[in-house]
Design a binder for this molecule. Structure first.
Ligand code: ZN
Length: 235
């Protein structure tokens, strides 16, 4: 579920590669957002497809409204069996695109809220990734924080933020571990995640922002989180 900014196989080439099964694209517009769903190889059944589309429309317009109303109003979802990861976001033919490995969904048909995570990456639209101004642990932590907040049915997918802090968990573990920390931090300091997201988008994020917003530097805030979880107070 990593964010990539590379161009891969253009959609038109994918269609040519699977001429026998080129199901028509599905285009729907809701809440000011247009989604084009493409499954050129006919990989995914209608039931999963409909849940993917419904999950997108449940999550993305709200994520966009809450964090970045200027985020793209047109999004593509492409089912691509040649991709061997889970899902990623990138631009294809100038359209913000979520590419999904249909074989993952075949094995995990209830993990449709992976779309909620990926859609948040489109909302993020940060100018970098895995850089000082946009550390990957924080970018992925925010995406999983959003999956928790905006997800349709994370429980069905067996997905949850961890309720306990394990010894191997660090603030920069990323994904769910950082997402759970962000959820706790946001409850303690409302507006924190929005401030982090805004600074990341402007390219102005520095670790000093934690201290400015919470009174604690990042390490101290993590320690306070760990201490509260260890005390049995679980959000
Ligand atoms: Zn991600």
């Amino acid at each position: 579920m990593r964010l990539r900014r590379c161009l891969i196989v253009p959609a038109v080439a994918a269609v040519l590669a699977f001429p026998a099964a080129h199901a028509a694209d599905i285009t729907q517009t809701r809440d000011g957002v247009t989604l084009t769903y493409q499954d050129p190889s006919g990989s995914t059944n209608a039931e999963v497809r409909d849940r993917i589309i419904a999950t997108f429309f449940s999550a993305y317009p709200r994520e966009r409204a809450d964090f970045h109303p200027a985020a793209p109003s047109s999004v593509h979802i492409v089912m691509d069996p040649s991709y061997d990861g889970v899902a990623y976001v990138g631009e294809k033919e100038k359209a913000a695109t979520i590419t999904i490995n249909p074989r993952w969904l075949e094995k995990h048909p209830n993990d449709t809220d992976l779309v909620t995570h990926e859609a948040m990456h489109i909302v993020q639209g940060y100018p970098g990734y895995a850089s000082e101004q946009a550390p990957s642990w924080l970018v992925e932590g925010i995406a999983d924080y959003a999956r928790d907040v905006y997800g349709v049915d994370n429980a069905a997918g067996g997905w949850a933020l961890p309720a306990q802090v394990k010894a191997e968990h660090k603030v920069d573990t990323g994904y769910r571990v950082t997402g759970a920390f962000l959820k706790w931090s946001e409850a303690e300091h409302p507006g924190l995640v929005e401030a982090l997201d805004g600074a990341l988008r402007k390219g102005s994020y520095t670790p000093a922002l934690w201290k400015q917003r919470t009174g604690n530097d990042l390490a101290a805030l993590w320690e306070a989180y760990v201490a509260q979880r260890a005390g049995g107070k679980q959000a």
